[in-house]
Design a protein. Structure first.
Length: 151
């Protein structure tokens, strides 16, 4: 794993082959995220951009969004880029509830990237796929604005 991290930090993305079909893919993504927190390097986001260019997959957009919205959120525009990637992931895999759930995070970002109406839209999409979705139920319990009828 150290070789993977060093290659990413050196911008040698073509030396790092993380296949989304690899059973250890998500474990490796967690380690990459941890390194992004530790170093604050944009290279880790750049690596997922590289993967997206090679193959436009929802999981790569999700990982890019996760890094930007957590480890690299202190950079100007990070939440906006993260929101873009979260939307892309949801558009690529429209029936994957987890990507729609992740979109709801952007309702509460400091930049207010998602309006009440947009949030309600995604809540409704999630409930169509999973009528008892815990993420939605918890969000609705925490924010009464989301219970009002859409404009």
């Amino acid at each position: 794993m150290k070789k993977i991290i060093n290659s990413i930090l050196q911008g040698k993305f073509n030396e790092v082959l993380l296949e989304h079909t690899d059973p250890t893919f998500l474990d490796k993504c967690e380690l990459i995220l941890a390194q992004a927190f530790e170093t604050g390097s944009l290279c880790f986001y750049g690596y997922f951009e590289y993967l997206i260019k090679k193959e436009n997959l929802a999981i790569y957009h999700y990982q890019a969004s996760l890094i930007l919205s957590s480890a690299l959120c202190h950079y100007e525009g990070a939440y906006q880029l993260a929101y873009f990637h979260a939307l892309e992931a949801s558009n690529i895999e429209p029936v994957d509830v987890s990507y729609k759930e992740f979109l709801l995070f952007f309702y509460n970002t400091p930049e207010k990237l998602m309006s009440v109406d947009e949030c309600q839209h995604y809540i409704n999409e999630i409930l169509k796929l999973d009528a008892e979705n815990k993420t939605v139920i918890n969000l609705l319990e925490d924010d009464s604005d989301l219970l009002r009828p859409p404009v």
